[in-house]
Write a protein of this length. Structure first.
Lengths: 94, 187
């Protein structure tokens, strides 16, 4: 285990927190609207209203930001979306 | 659920989910799940596996799959190709293992007597497995938002006609399963 000074690391971490990351789900022609809604409700614990609104955003606008937070958390969300077969990416919030 | 009910997944009044399939449907689903398992199974490792990398699930050889269907099942997690490749090395092996486990779980239920009562875990495995099958077939058929117009232009002998029928049949079963699982939807 390293005992190197941690000050620099903390500064880097803080800037990451200030610029949150997002998980974006992209539209695709195969996934059923009911399935996408079900995944948003089941994985994120969103209400049906919120899950349907995000699903429709994906369907109509081609993409939707479905969650935001730390880079680690967004990578977990994207991996979960991939495990469900949804097409998702991580990026910095614009 | 009785044998006279239409085939598919259904939730009974006790909240249990049952799978009822015709024998030919069981056989076809078994074949499709087996084919997808073959597609997902990793190639033999070329070099001895580093035990530490194995332990933490890192696959240094993970790259974007050349097969479009596999690339759809394992999409890039970042727009930036370098970041996407780096992410793959840390996650692709686990994701592949998870998909294979779900395929195996779904296949195992086909060995049981019909109609078959499913556990929550088996329902989740079927839901994801049916979706992965549809993604694979949909990519092969280049399915678009515009529906099935290409289907109408295919000749009777074109093997893709059969694939379209299978794709629609998988869609039917997945839709039934979602209705069985999502209690707030009409049955």
């Amino acid at each position: 285990m390293s005992v190197a000074p941690v000050e620099d690391v903390e500064v880097a971490d803080r800037s990451e927190v200030e610029t949150p990351w997002v998980c974006i789900v992209w539209n695709d022609p195969v996934n059923l609207m009911s399935y996408v809604t079900y995944v948003f409700m089941t994985y994120f614990g969103y209400s049906r209203d919120k899950a349907e609104r995000l699903m429709l955003e994906v369907h109509q606008d081609g993409r939707s930001i479905v969650s935001s937070g730390s880079r680690d958390a967004m990578e977990r969300d994207v991996t979960a979306m991939h495990s469900y077969g949804l097409w998702a990416t991580v990026s910095r919030e614009q | 659920m009785g044998l006279l009910d239409p085939p598919g997944f259904r939730r009974n009044r006790h909240g249990q989910v049952w799978m009822h399939l015709q024998p030919q449907e069981r056989e076809l689903l078994g074949n499709l799940l087996e084919q997808l398992t073959g597609l997902l199974e990793p190639p033999e490792p070329r070099a001895p596996v580093d035990p530490l990398e194995e332990l933490v699930g890192i696959d240094p050889a993970a790259v974007r799959p050349a097969d479009p269907a596999l690339a759809r099942l394992f999409p890039d997690a970042y727009d930036d190709p370098e970041a996407a490749d780096e992410f793959r090395r840390f996650t692709q092996r686990d994701l592949r293992t998870m998909k294979l486990e779900r395929l195996a779980l779904a296949r195992a239920t086909l060995e049981r007597k019909d109609p078959t009562k499913l556990t929550d875990q088996e329902c989740a495995a079927w839901l994801a497995a049916l979706n992965d099958l549809r993604l694979t077939l949909g990519t092969r058929l280049a399915v678009s938002e515009d529906g099935h117009e290409p289907y109408l232009e295919l000749s009777d002998e074109d093997p893709r006609r059969g694939m379209y029928l299978i794709y629609d049949w998988l869609t039917y079963h997945q839709d039934r399963l979602i209705r069985a699982l999502d209690k707030s939807l009409p049955k």
